[in-house]
Design a protein around this ligand. Structure first.
Ligand SMILES: Cc1cc2nc3c(=O)[nH]c(=O)nc-3n(C[C@H](O)[C@H](O)[C@H](O)COP(=O)(O)OP(=O)(O)OC[C@H]3O[C@@H](n4cnc5c(N)ncnc54)[C@H](O)[C@@H]3O)c2cc1C
Length: 459
């Protein structure tokens, strides 16, 4: 008799009662055609994975905890800047540019804050419906209000996952794209408390749960300079109309503005809480970006309103996100990564992959799309009995996956982070000659590495 393990949200491992197995069979009888990929987490990484798995011929279902796709990317907006552009162009050259192109189709501006160049700023007000349409048009099944908190695993093979009060969803391969933000318990323990960020909304939809962790995979976190687990989100968002009229007009025209702060208002200690994603020059400025739904203040730590309103141009400032950030905190993330190989398969599991922030210390829209497309492609391959692909390190995406995997081996490595926008990995991109704004050269490099249009092929 097959011993099936049912692992529930309280981390207990129980032999599955016969009736649960029978229930799974009953609800999944029509799913017996091989090639089904189940993605848990509908953030930008889960969405990119879904598109890529569909292109590779799989049937795809995305289970998302909230009522919306895109997770943190609902308040991001800035993509393609600095080394991120290389990742975007490589994805397109490898045959899976759909998510980038959808976000580029809603570009609001092409402005830059200090230390960044060639950014696209997508309109966060319409990003979610744009991506939702893309996924539905491509035949991806989307299920919302599904906080997955049970996994069914047999000898290292995932068989099914289930959300609270829902029937198990069976699959041939699975992707954990649940990232590492929140929930309320962690924001209380490692932050200032729940600051009601508008994208995760844990009090309403429940705390994040990782299916890799549920199944027993080790859970890695990044640590702040003072040793506290998890990093704080590195920006605050304000209502556009609450800015001084001159600033509003400048932002409307340019899309992005950096204004030098008086020395007494600069707090470099903030860097230790948010990681490598902001430069010193950004911390010395008020960096504002019109992201459509609001104005993102990059590198600005939430603070009491009276203090915020002393900053240049902000005498009427009102906070849009995080709603409760004026208590001096932000959402806490980077709390959950799973050790994996260069195919993004989780160590110890045959058919479980990770994507996005769950896959390593790489953070950012373009970085998480890149790992998403690789995880989706590989899950589709394993779902039909094929070997997963390792991207050559002659491509920036292959190098990023490999290098961030190496960083995950040590706490010090994890601490350095891995963003193509700034810091260690952007410097590495320059040293290795990946960084160029010549799109033809990027395409030629992908072709030379033998992976041109690789993601456009079915296994
Ligand atoms: C406020 C903010 C601003 C940012 N700005 C920028 C920017 O300007 N440029 C840039 O490049 N990057 C930016 N980033 C970083 C970038 O947005 C993130 O790195 C990226 O969106 C992470 O994507 P993800 O899919 O890995 O994770 P997430 O967006 O966290 O998605 C994870 C998803 O999984 C779901 N989930 C969790 N557990 C479960 C479960 N058990 N069952 C079902 N669903 C589950 C969650 O609800 C969520 O939708 C920003 C991030 C934030 C938070």
């Amino acid at each position: 008799m097959i011993l099936l393990l049912c692992i529930n949200g309280r981390n207990s491992i129980l032999p599955t009662p016969f009736n649960v197995y029978a229930l799974m069979k009953r609800y999944t009888r029509s799913d017996n055609v091989p090639g089904k990929v189940v993605i848990v987490g509908g953030g930008i990484a889960g969405c990119a994975a879904a598109i890529s798995a569909r292109k590779a011929g799989a049937r795809v279902v995305v289970l998302e905890r909230t009522d919306m796709l895109l997770g943190g990317a609902n308040r991001a907006g800035r993509m393609n800047y600095n080394g991120k552009m290389i990742l975007a162009e490589e994805c397109k050259a490898m045959g899976v540019g759909e998510v980038h192109q959808a976000l580029e189709s809603i570009t609001l501006h092409r402005g830059n804050i200090v230390d960044e160049e060639h950014a696209y700023i997508y309109n966060t007000a319409v990003a979610e419906p744009t991506i939702r349409r893309l996924l539905r048009d491509r035949g991806v099944e989307l299920q919302f209000y599904k906080l997955v908190n049970k996994v069914f695993v047999e000898k290292g093979r995932f068989r099914a996952v289930a959300a609270r009060s829902s029937s198990p969803v069976q699959g041939d391969a699975f992707i954990d794209a649940t990232a590492g933000y929140g929930g309320v318990n962690n924001c209380r323990k490692y932050g200032a408390g729940c600051v009601m960020c508008v994208y995760y909304r844990c009090p309403t939809f429940g705390n994040r749960v990782s299916i890799a962790t549920l199944a027993g995979a080790p859970e890695l976190a990044r640590y702040r300079a003072d040793g506290t687990p998890g990093l704080m989100s590195g920006s605050t968002r304000l209502y556009k109309d609450s800015l001084d009229p001159d600033l509003q007009a400048e932002l409307k025209a340019k899309g992005a503005v950096s204004v030098k702060l008086p020395a007494e208002m600069v707090d470099h200690s903030h860097q230790g809480k948010i990681g490598e994603i902001r430069t010193s020059r950004q911390l010395e400025r008020l960096n504002m970006v019109d992201i459509g739904s609001c104005v993102m203040c990059v590198a600005l730590h939430p603070m009491p309103l009276d203090q915020l309103r002393k900053l240049p141009g902000l005498r009427n400032a009102t906070v849009e996100d995080p709603l409760g950030g004026t208590i001096g905190g932000n959402s806490v993330g980077k709390l959950s990564m799973a050790p994996r190989d260069d195919t993004l398969r989780v160590q110890g599991f045959h058919n479980l992959f990770v994507a996005g922030e769950k896959a390593g210390p790489g953070t950012g829209v373009d970085e998480t799309i890149s790992s998403g497309v690789l995880a989706g492609f590989n899950a589709a391959r394993v779902a039909v009995g094929e070997e997963p692909l390792v991207l050559p390190t002659g491509t920036a995406i292959g190098d990023l996956v490999h290098f961030s995997g190496e960083l995950m081996q040590t706490r010090e490595g994890l601490g350095q982070g891995c963003s193509a926008g700034h810091g260690l990995y952007f410097e590495r991109m320059k040293q290795l000659g990946f960084y160029t704004t010549d799109v033809a050269a990027i395409r030629a490099r992908v072709e030379k590495a033998g992976v041109k249009d690789i993601f456009a092929r079915t296994p």
